[in-house]
Design a protein around this ligand. Structure first.
Ligand code: GDD
Ligand code: MG
Length: 348
């Protein structure tokens, strides 16, 4: 009864110029290991979920990339969205399809673009979460011990007195402002939301019905069509009408039956060049070099990436992102990495 929904529709614009709308970061070998992020994620999940029960949620435009990178996946396993509406609509759509196929399904919803190395711990955490959600009507998320007031994450307040490994969530707050995030960190009662959720199809659909009744009714109109030849037409006409909202705001912030399992594996959401830099091997001067040949003098703490082992010569540069990709060369200070997203939209 185990299923997985692999979220692969984001565009990863802070990883420009490697990640682009045409070819986003989940389909790149960001770590230089010979495997793309989605391939790594698929392998990790297939340790405890039957391969044929792993569904890939992505935009129509990426269908061929998915087929090429995951040749074991059948077309029926790729759930295509005609437009981007963030995570709430696509998770609802996929959950309805799964429920129709198997009313007793329990599923993990996982991003396709994160770094998790310890597969043994990951699988053991996941197994634990599956057991918990098979037993009761719970919505579960994996929590990460926070290290700083990052405003790009969801924050989970748990009951400090709860000594059980899986804790009841008191409050879920998506992307608080900086002052609030700082307060949360200082209180030591909060975990970061890893964006990895576990629940049964039944339970999550109940939550949608209660907290997103409009969206729920909208998709239920097409329930008959799901998993039949009529599905594509229904989705083409109706998916674009769904509200653009993430599952964190739509469901997790509102539900009362949310639980958290503090993860026992290291996690990094590879959101920016800097977070990728943290996970890459470094030379003696703390430079991380991917797909490049380098001649460096007075160069420290840089991340350097080219295609095809291009020779890069640098003298006197610290804390920079240097990325050469096709007809773009990016030379950008690491401490302004968040701005790359805006640059990309300005350049358009
Ligand atoms: N299929 C599909 N369709 N996938 C999508 C869509 C969509 O419209 N939008 C986003 N995704 C995918 C992304 O590719 C990513 O793998 C995942 O869903 C989460 O989306 P992000 O856009 O990366 O979310 P976020 O980083 O702002 O926040 C989420 O992740 C944080 C941890 O990395 C939230 O869950 C936060 O609470 C969490 O802390
Ligand atoms: Mg993210």
């Amino acid at each position: 009864n185990y299923y997985a929904i692999l979220m692969a529709g984001g565009v990863g614009s802070r990883f420009w110029p490697v990640s682009t709308t045409e070819f986003p970061k989940q389909f790149h070998d960001m770590l230089g290991t010979g495997e793309t992020l989605i391939q790594k994620t698929f392998t990790r999940l297939s340790q405890i979920i039957p391969k044929e029960n792993i569904l890939i949620l992505t935009n129509e435009d990426y269908n061929n990339i998915v087929l090429e990178q995951l040749p074991m996946v059948k077309q029926e396993q790729i759930i295509l969205e005609p437009v981007m509406r963030n995570t709430a609509p696509c998770i609802l759509y996929a959950s309805l399809k799964i429920k129709k196929q198997n009313p007793d399904a329990v599923m993990v919803v996982a991003p396709s673009d994160h770094w998790i190395e310890d597969e043994v711990q990951f699988c053991s955490n996941l197994q634990h979460a599956f057991d918990f959600c098979e037993r009761d009507e719970n919505l579960m998320t994996l929590g990460i011990l926070p290290t700083f007031a990052n405003t790009g994450y969801g924050y989970i307040e748990f009951d400090k007195l709860d000594s059980r490994p899986i804790k009841k969530v008191k409050q879920f707050r998506e992307k608080p402002d900086y002052a609030t995030a700082r307060k949360f960190i200082q209180s030591r009662n909060f975990l970061w939301n890893a964006g990895i959720f576990v629940w049964s199809a039944k339970t999550v659909l109940k939550a949608y019905e209660e907290f997103q009744p409009v969206m729920f009714a909208h998709f239920m109109n097409g329930y008959e069509a799901l998993n039949t030849p009529k599905e594509a037409a229904f989705i083409k006409d109706n998916y674009p009408l769904a509200q653009n909202i993430s599952v964190d705001y739509a469901i997790l912030e509102k539900a009362q039956n949310v639980y958290v399992l503090p993860a026992t594996f290291d996690w990094n959401d590879l959101g920016t060049w800097g977070s990728l830099y943290d996970k890459l091997p470094k030379d003696e001067q703390e430079n991380a070099v991917v797909n490049a040949t380098v001649y460096l003098e007075n160069a420290t703490n840089n991340i350097i990436r080219t295609e095809g082992k291009k020779l890069v010569v640098i003298d006197g540069l610290t804390d920079y992102i240097i990325v050469d990709k096709d007809d773009v060369l990016l030379i950008y200070p690491k401490n302004k990495e968040q701005d790359i997203k805006q640059i990309v939209s300005k350049l358009k």
